[in-house]
Design a protein around this ligand. Structure first.
Ligand code: PLP
Length: 383
């Protein structure tokens, strides 16, 4: 056998043996919440389409109109000829929404993080990451070639200790954290992290992939009812609550200008298709018009945690940590038998020993189905 296939098969056998093998399952999404998988109709609690906007008629219509007007693809990098006129409209909307001077849209959230961090930090720099930061934040930090240090989850004291020890040996320092943590659903202490960053002349960046559209009246994790934490680098994605595709950074005008000149994932990658950009603009319109609708996923998640007797949800993401991979897979199968799709999340997505069911709640999940799921979880999984 060719050594290449032997290598692949060896790796796969090892993953299977550790219950870490993954397969792509064909999933037909009927609407915002129902899916067809392997000839079964299931109510999905495993989708980041928190506001069900991927299926919203006005948003689909905006995408169709953009294709009619501008074509199916953008044809080149934004720096060449791919910068169709919809980009400027979306960037102005995002900056206004996040109260920053400017914004820059990237091809995806992953491309944003792997472009932004190396554009700010070089080999003499320091990057401090919350240990539960998303994989693409780690990837961006590694690409920067700076020194990477992780602080314990949401532990500002630990971050302070690391800055006290390392900051003086580096020209620039960046602190990066998820705003809403993708696998845990809790929220970063952005106000304390910002104060810490300012104390050590470090820059704070939040990844609000799971915050925009669903917390802070839809504006994200740096906003609450009466206050706003002025995080200087607010990154996020258009692929979750916004229901489209693409990533963004909201920041000062000079930082955004720097991205257009130095972020390699922006410069050397084709611009987003016009349909994705138009859909995102329509979604922002809707969220701004209907902040109460943006609050529904969190309300539904709280109703679930109350009934399942779990700690109160802080976002639409609710983890049920089981620990062992095999047991997590079998819990997921048991819920599937009951008609629910709740995908098992295993290492390396989450730390070893913390395999879990990750439930996501959306605006259109019916209350009676949430109650039934909570009862099953309480009686069968948590008993
Ligand atoms: C916290 C976080 N950041 C970034 C990303 C990447 O965004 P995208 O899917 O747009 O590449 C994701 C999810 O995929 C995420 O959960």
């Amino acid at each position: 056998m060719h050594s290449l296939d032997a290598y692949a098969q060896d790796k796969l056998a090892s993953l299977r043996q550790r219950h870490l093998y993954r397969a792509l399952n064909e999933t037909l999404r009927e609407d915002g919440i129902w899916v067809d998988r392997a000839d079964r109709r299931l109510l999905s609690f495993s989708c980041n389409d928190y506001l069900n906007l991927t299926q919203h008629p006005a948003i689909k219509q905006a995408a169709i109109a953009a294709i009619e007007e501008h074509g199916a693809g953008s044809g080149a990098s934004r720096l060449v000829t791919g910068n169709h006129p919809l980009y400027a409209r979306l960037e102005a909307r995002l900056a206004e929404f996040k109260r920053t001077e400017a914004a820059c849209v990237f091809g995806s959230g992953y491309l944003a993080n792997t472009g932004i961090i190396p554009a700010l930090i070089g080999s003499d720099g320091l990057v401090l990451l919350d240990e539960f930061s998303h994989a693409c934040i780690y990837a961006g930090a590694q690409l920067s070639r700076g020194k990477v240090k992780t602080f314990r989850h949401n532990d500002v004291g630990h971050a302070r200790g690391l800055l006290a020890e390392h900051r003086s040996q580096h020209d620039r320092a960046l602190i990066v954290t998820d705003g809403v943590f993708s696998m845990d659903g809790d929220i970063a202490p952005l106000d304390d992290l910002l104060a810490l960053a300012e104390q050590y002349d470090a820059w704070l960046m939040s990844d609000d992939a799971h915050g925009i559209g669903v917390v802070g009246g839809g504006r994200g994790s740096s906003f609450s009812e009466n206050s706003h934490v002025a995080v200087p680098l607010q990154m996020g994605t258009l692929s979750k609550a916004i229901g489209s595709y693409g990533g963004y950074l909201c920041a000062s005008a000079s930082v955004i200008d720097l991205m257009r000149n130095r972020a390699r994932t922006l410069i050397y990658s084709t611009g987003l298709p016009p349909a994705s950009v138009a859909a995102a603009i329509a979604a922002l319109d809707l969220i701004e018009r209907e902040p109460a609708y943006a609050g529904l996923p969190l309300e539904k998640a709280k109703a679930f945690t109350r009934r399942a007797r779990l700690p109160e949800a802080q976002s639409p993401i609710v983890p049920i940590v089981i620990g062992n991979e095999e047991a997590t897979l079998s819990a997921s199968r048991a819920l599937e038998e009951e008609g629910f799709l709740v995908v098992a999340i295993r290492p390396p997505t989450v730390p070893a020993g913390t395999a879990r069911l990750r439930l996501t709640f959306t605006a259109q999940h019916p209350d009676d189905a949430i109650a039934r799921l909570a009862d099953i979880v309480r009686e069968k999984l948590l008993a």
